[in-house]
Each structure stands twice: as structure tokens, then as C-alpha cells.
Write a protein that binds this ligand. Structure first.
Ligand SMILES: Nc1ncnc2c1ncn2[C@@H]1O[C@H](COP(=O)(O)OP(=O)(O)O)[C@@H](O)[C@H]1O
Ligand SMILES: CC(C)(COP(=O)(O)O)[C@@H](O)C(=O)NCCC(=O)O
Ligand SMILES: [K+]
Length: 256
């Protein structure tokens, strides 16, 4: 089994690829900040392996994308002590053997590179990956595998949190699409503002990218919040929650 670990700013996702079944098994998601305490990370991993009947010896290779450097030591240590192997960390040096190229390897988040590699592997054509994580990101790849650029805006939960944190009277609300775009009470006003507003942001960003390049692109959505904006479904050719995990596997295997 291949284990992909995607350490994002909110969650660390552990995804298991079964060689026999050729598919991704259920994933373990742990809180990134709480994982700074090693025992939390270790306990959760232990429990998950027990519950999913996976033995540490079933894991042949571990590839890691981390955009949170302060968690790297704990990830290295948990793989070493629990799985008895060395994890492969994706760095800017991992990109040279790939078909996908970036002009700014040192700045390109490993998760965004993983998304681009997985999207290009599937389509081999012009693609935009929209990742709904802590940050909402758009990564543009052309049919030669060149990464043309990235857009970064605060993710949906991040926007809600910042509103709640920076105001006296606004509560933190659930991420649910309300029935109408016009808010009728405070909670509804925030939900409508964020969810209808972000749907417009995503549509507008995709349109601006396509207009600037004067052609159409395959659009793939991923990330923990990719299914929240149900009013956006027509914009995406595919929603692939495993996209980053797939890219981590592809990049790691190219570097073995
Ligand atoms: N299935 C889900 N339903 C609702 N919220 C989710 C789900 N999965 C993840 N989240 C939340 O979505 C946010 C973004 O998650 P994720 O894409 O994992 O972000 P990151 O990659 O930045 O860690 C986090 O706040 C996470 O708790
Ligand atoms: C843009 C990101 C913060 C996204 O992080 P996430 O939402 O997955 O937690 C991350 O990919 C990152 O730190 N990137 C470095 C800057 C860049 O890619 O341009
Ligand atoms: K992510």
C-alpha cells in the first residue's frame, strides 16, 4: 500500500492506495494544530490503523506534501516510529523529473504541485484545479504541462472565521447554502454573503482566467470544502477529493 500524507493548514490527510484494488481507501483526517502535540498524532494514527485493519507492515512507501513546515518533524517521527520507514518529503527538488513544470519551484506549495501533476496525468490538456482548503486556490496548467500561474484567496471557513474574529457582534456560522441570496437575519446574511458570494468569486475567477488565455480549460475541484458550493456544480468537469493524494503518489514515485 502507498500512503500519501497531505499536511494542509487545517487538516493532515492520510490516504491509502491499495495496489490490489487499485483504489484509494477511506482516509484519516487529523487537525493540523493539534498534531503539533506528537501524542495526539500518534494516538489517532494508531486508532485508525486498528479500526481499518491496516497493519504498519502493509505500507510500502510514504510520500508527504506539507505546506506547514512546523509539523514536519512530527510527521517524520510518526512514520519512523510507527511504520518503521523514512517518509519521502516533496520539495522543490522533486519537481525536475516531472512532466509538469513551474518557473517558481521554490514558491510553489507542494500541495498545489501535487494537484497540478494529478490533473495533468488525468487530462494531459489545459486544466484549472480549484482547491477549497484553508486557502481557496486556482492552479492553471497548459497542455504542455507548464504551470501558468496560481490564484490564492481566503478559503470559505477562513473568511467566516475572520468575520467572526474581527467583529463584536457577528457569530461564527455553519457553512450551509441558504435558500435565498438575500439574508433575512444575521446568520442567514453571513451564510448568503459567503456562499453566494464565493460562488460568484469562483465563477468570475474561472471566467477571467479563460478570457485572459482565450480558450477553454478542464476544471477540477478538490479540497475539504469542494462540495459545499452546490450551486457551482456546472462549473466543474469533475470533483475529485483524492486529487492531492494522487499527485503526492505520482511525484513520490517519479523520485524513487
Ligand atoms: N467533508 C468535510 N465537510 C465539511 N468540512 C470539511 C470537510 N473536510 C474538511 N473540512 C473542513 O474544511 C476546511 C478545509 O479543509 P482542507 O481542504 O483539508 O484544508 P487544508 O488542506 O488547508 O488543511 C477545514 O476547516 C476542514 O475542517
Ligand atoms: C496556498 C497554500 C497556503 C494552500 O494551503 P492549504 O489551503 O492547502 O492549507 C499552500 O499551498 C502554500 O502555502 N503555498 C505556498 C505559496 C504558493 O504556492 O504560491
Ligand atoms: K489542501
Amino acid at each position: 500500500m502507498f500512503l500519501s500524507i497531505d499536511a494542509g493548514n487545517s487538516n493532515i490527510v492520510f490516504g491509502f492506495f491499495s495496489d490490489e484494488q487499485q483504489r484509494w481507501e477511506p482516509v484519516l483526517r487529523v487537525d493540523t494544530q493539534r498534531s503539533l502535540e506528537f501524542s495526539y498524532l500518534q494516538k489517532n494514527m494508531n486508532l485508525f490503523f486498528l479500526e481499518s485493519h491496516i497493519s504498519p507492515s502493509d505500507i510500502s512507501i510514504v510520500g508527504i506534501s506539507s505546506v506547514v513546515p512546523e509539523i514536519n518533524e512530527n510527521l517524520k517521527k510518526v512514520v519512523r516510529t510507527f511504520l518503521h520507514q523514512e517518509a519521502y518529503f516533496i520539495t522543490e527538488r522533486s519537481y525536475s523529473p516531472l512532466k509538469v513544470n513551474t518557473k517558481k519551484p521554490a514558491e510553489m506549495g507542494a500541495d498545489l504541485m501535487a494537484n497540478a501533476v494529478a490533473a495533468y496525468d488525468q487530462y494531459g490538456a489545459d486544466c484549472i484545479v480549484v482547491d477549497f482548503g484553508t486557502a481557496l486556490t486556482f492552479t492553471v496548467i497548459d497542455s504542455n504541462g507548464e504551470i501558468l500561474g496560481v490564484n490564492i484567496v481566503p478559503g470559505l471557513k477562513t473568511a467566516i472565521k475572520s468575520l467572526f474574529t474581527n467583529t463584536s457582534k457577528l457569530p461564527e456560522v455553519q457553512l450551509e447554502l441558504p435558500v435565498s441570496a438575500i439574508g433575512k437575519d444575521t446568520i442567514h446574511s453571513i451564510q448568503a454573503g459567503i456562499l453566494y458570494g464565493y460562488a460568484g468569486l469562483v465563477r468570475g475567477m474561472l471566467e477571467a482566467i479563460k478570457n485572459e488565455l482565450a480558450r477553454d480549460f478542464h476544471v477540477i475541484a478538490t479540497g475539504g470544502l469542494s462540495k459545499i458550493l452546490t450551486n457551482l456544480e456546472g462549473e466543474f468537469d469533475k470533483i475529485d477529493k483524492n486529487l492531492t493524494l494522487k499527485g503526492i503518489k505520482l511525484i513520490t514515485e517519479k523520485n524513487l
